[in-house]
Design a binder for this molecule. Structure first.
Ligand code: TXA
Ligand code: MG
Length: 356
């Protein structure tokens, strides 16, 4: 399949944007697939109400069919058609955080095919804030099923370059545009019980949610890798966001962390292996490795989030065999979002943490 790559940038006029997104919307209406930017990560979109489109999404990603998709909407009016009930707390959360990086789980209506929900009677819904994403959803008829636009098992793409790397030849169109600012996937909250339950941490933190609706819970499996329970979001059970090489997180006093990491990289380099480090401003000058990535200030969880997946992808491109990252667990000032960043880093590392 020939994949059309459409750039939208500052030189575009409202008319040219309209023309490009109308074409993208037409592809969706005809059952095709279009990758598009959102404020969190790039999505791989298809018509959420067309079972064939959802099947194509699974095939393009190489994703297991029991891992449900998020339905993206641009208009609150559309929510009522795809869910069987809108709990009062969900209305409050929508008012507080939509459009934005929040996904809510509802009981689904008949309109949503099981192909989209991975066989579940519930449906995940998000209203993104990215301006082009919203226009695109409108042009496509209002309901876009979209997982992250990566091949299954790879980090979610935050730049068009990596969407192209994974999806060129597999889908109809890729929209290349700015505005993927957060860099981590949306917060997922299950609204089907009395107390909203966080299934995946993200930019919208537990504290923010609780401020809007009172008590909230967190799925215990998120931070406990040894939990015997299955995660409530089916996708959280898969080894996700993983680079090709081995990633280890190192926790401890800064100077000890540096010493440990440098010993490890020296050891592997002596064997002809390639090594990489994710560090921050404070320690970056002290590290030795083949590839060193600076995530910015240790306290700035947003900067780390924005770059994390790109770093992991770059390590793959550079053929890095062994990677190390300082732990950010203790350093972020905003604990809530810091937790979300650590959650993704721990997953990428397969929960390998060394304490020094
Ligand atoms: O930020 C995001 O959420 C991005 C952008 C494109 O919107 N999308 C995204 O989709 O991250 P994906 O498919 O990579 O992750 C969706 C997660 C999976 O872990 C899936 O299991 C969970 O949402 N999920 C979807 N529907 C669900 C449901 N009905 N019940 C429980 N979990 C659900
Ligand atoms: Mg994903």
């Amino acid at each position: 399949m020939e994949t059309e790559i459409v750039s939208i940038n500052r030189t575009d006029t409202p008319e040219s944007i309209d023309r490009k997104l109308s074409r993208a919307g037409e592809i969706i209406k005809q059952g095709g697939l279009v990758a598009f930017p959102t404020e969190t990560v790039y999505g791989l979109g298809g018509d959420a109400l067309n079972p064939q489109s959802s099947r194509k999404i699974y095939a393009a990603k190489g994703r297991p069919g029991d891992n449900p998709l998020i339905v993206h909407i641009a208009d609150m009016e559309h929510l009522g058609r795809i869910v069987s009930r809108i709990p009062e707390k969900a209305e409050k959360l929508a008012e507080a955080f939509w459009p934005g990086p929040l996904t809510m789980i509802f009981e689904k209506s008949k309109l949503v095919p099981y192909e989209t929900t991975g066989g579940l009677d519930t449906v995940a819904v998000r209203m993104p804030s990215h301006r082009l994403a919203r226009l695109f959803i409108e042009k496509a008829g209002g309901y876009i099923a979209a997982p992250s636009a990566n091949l299954s098992g790879k980090p979610s793409p935050t730049t068009a370059k990596y969407v192209i790397q994974d999806m060129d030849g597999r889908i109809d169109m890729i929209i290349d545009a700015q505005g993927v600012e957060i860099g981590l996937e949306s917060t997922i909250v299950d609204m089907t019980g009395d107390i909203p339950m966080i299934l995946r941490p993200g930019y919208i933190t537990q504290e923010m949610l609780s401020r809007a609706v009172g008590e909230t819970d967190m799925d215990v499996t998120i931070f406990d890798s040894s939990s015997a329970q299955a995660p409530k979001a089916p996708g959280m059970k898969y080894r996700h966001y993983a680079p090709k090489g081995e990633l280890v997180i190192v926790e401890g006093e800064p100077q000890k962390v540096v010493r440990y990491i440098n010993e490890q990289t020296a050891f592997y380099r002596a064997q002809g292996k390639r090594t990489g480090i994710i560090g921050t401003d404070e320690l970056i000058a002290d590290y030795c490795a083949d590839s060193i990535k600076n995530a910015g200030s240790r306290n700035d969880s947003r900067a780390v989030a924005r770059q994390l997946y790109t770093f992991l992808r770059e390590f793959d491109d550079e053929g890095i065999d062994y990677m190390y990252a300082q732990s950010f667990a203790e350093s972020f000032e905003d604990r809530g979002f810091g937790q979300a960043v650590m959650n993704r880093l721990l997953k990428a590392a397969g929960h390998k943490v060394v304490k020094v």
